[in-house]
Ligand binder design. Structure first.
Ligand SMILES: Cc1ncc(COP(=O)(O)O)c(C=O)c1O
Length: 360
């Protein structure tokens, strides 16, 4: 066993929806993992029929068609793209390609856990920068990056807070950070951002060769099960990623579904519009109940309550799986995924019952 993994614990994905429903004995609405409850575009189902005719063949190892579609939208050459088996794999490829044991990586916290675990697997040293106000202060983070820091992970909007930093702040940060430090900008939830000052990553990739943007098909495109993500970066960075990538990491159904989802812009816009409308309604309704809710630019909300764990437990009995955020170092908070109005309305009724019971 490698020394670097001695103290690591395997990621616990929890029970599947089916297993959970069996355990609780009722239908469960899953609001715990920021998936899209709108599901993928209807065009995906049709496109997938084609995939079933080719299951005996290896997939296109470079995912040429999908890459071409992405490159054309980003207005960048295909050599700036690397496809991954979900963003999770790309994070893993980045640490494998660029870190040596002992290398230091800055990670503002709380944030998505895969960054730290991927760094630790290769023997890298995580330097967490706790963000007291639960929104990233890029000036503070830049100060923590001395020469020699190999990488910094920035999640925007951040998981689990939903908060965001602005384009201007990111540019100042990129100018401050040494070109040897790789800046990994995880934009898994960027499509849900409505603030006009949200960063436009496409304008920055050409300007900063140390910037790597990560995107996923798991959230707004509703394809979490199929595992597709991509990295956009300078071609020299992509060349290194390609060296450590497994030859057929994105399977045939995944490539076909991602392409179909990418091409259905009307459906994507509908999902975003409805999610954002619902985000406003849920935020206001929770605030009317006296709860503190962080302003979110994402498809989830972080809500404060001193009995967050108990609320998670009781809501499960009501048929809703939410995420108590103790594992993020936030024991007094819970995170809920925004779903269509019908589900959110039922959720609010259940939450009302749970809160009344807790307060009585
Ligand atoms: C910030 C962030 N990045 C990446 C991922 C993983 O995405 P993928 O499904 O593409 O591996 C998640 C999943 O929840 C996430 O929250």
């Amino acid at each position: 066993m490698q020394k670097s993994i001695r103290d690591l614990v395997p990621y616990d994905p929890g029970l599947t929806l089916e297993q959970l429903e069996k355990k609780v004995g009722k239908k469960i609405i899953k609001l715990s993992a920021n998936e899209s409850l709108w599901g993928p575009s209807p065009l995906v189902k049709t496109a997938l029929q084609e995939a079933f005719n080719n299951l005996n063949y290896y997939p296109d190892g470079v995912a040429a068609e999908l890459k071409k579609a992405l490159a054309s939208c980003w207005n960048l050459p295909e050599e700036n793209f690397c496809l991954g088996n979900g963003t999770d794999e790309l994070i893993f490829l980045l640490t494998n390609a660029f870190l040596n044991p002992g290398d230091e990586v800055v990670i503002p916290t709380p944030t998505f856990s895969s960054y730290a675990s991927s760094v630790k697997i290769v023997g890298g040293k995580v330097k967490p920068i706790p963000q007291e106000k639960l929104s990233f202060k890029l000036t503070e983070i830049a100060e923590a990056i001395h020469t020699g820091v190999k990488m910094v992970f920035l999640c925007n909007p951040n998981n689990p807070t939903g908060t965001f930093f602005k384009h201007g702040e990111l540019e100042v940060f990129l100018k401050k950070v040494a070109p040897e430090t790789l800046v990994i900008l995880d934009e898994a939830y960027c499509q849900y951002a409505t603030d006009p000052q949200f960063p436009v990553a496409r304008e920055l990739v050409n300007k900063y060769p140390n910037l790597i943007v990560l995107r996923t098909f798991s959230k707004v495109y509703g394809l979490a099960a199929l595992r597709v993500g991509y990295a956009v970066a300078h071609k020299d960075v992509i060349t290194e990623l390609e060296k450590v990538r497994q030859p057929y990491n994105v399977n045939i159904p995944a490539q076909i579904a991602a392409l179909a989802a990418w091409q259905d812009e009307v459906y994507r816009q509908k999902v975003v519009k409805e999610t954002v409308e619902e985000r406003v309604w849920v935020t206001e309704t929770l605030q009317q109940k006296g709860l503190k809710v962080l302003p979110s630019q994402s498809n989830f909300l972080l809500v404060q309550h001193h009995d967050a764990e108990l609320i998670e437990e009781r809501l499960l009995q009501e048929g809703f799986l939410i995420r108590h955020t103790a594992s993020f170092g936030l024991p007094d908070w819970f995170r809920i995924t925004i779903a269509p109005h019908q589900e959110m309305k039922l959720f609010m009724d259940s939450l009302e019952r749970v809160l009344t019971e807790i307060n009585s």
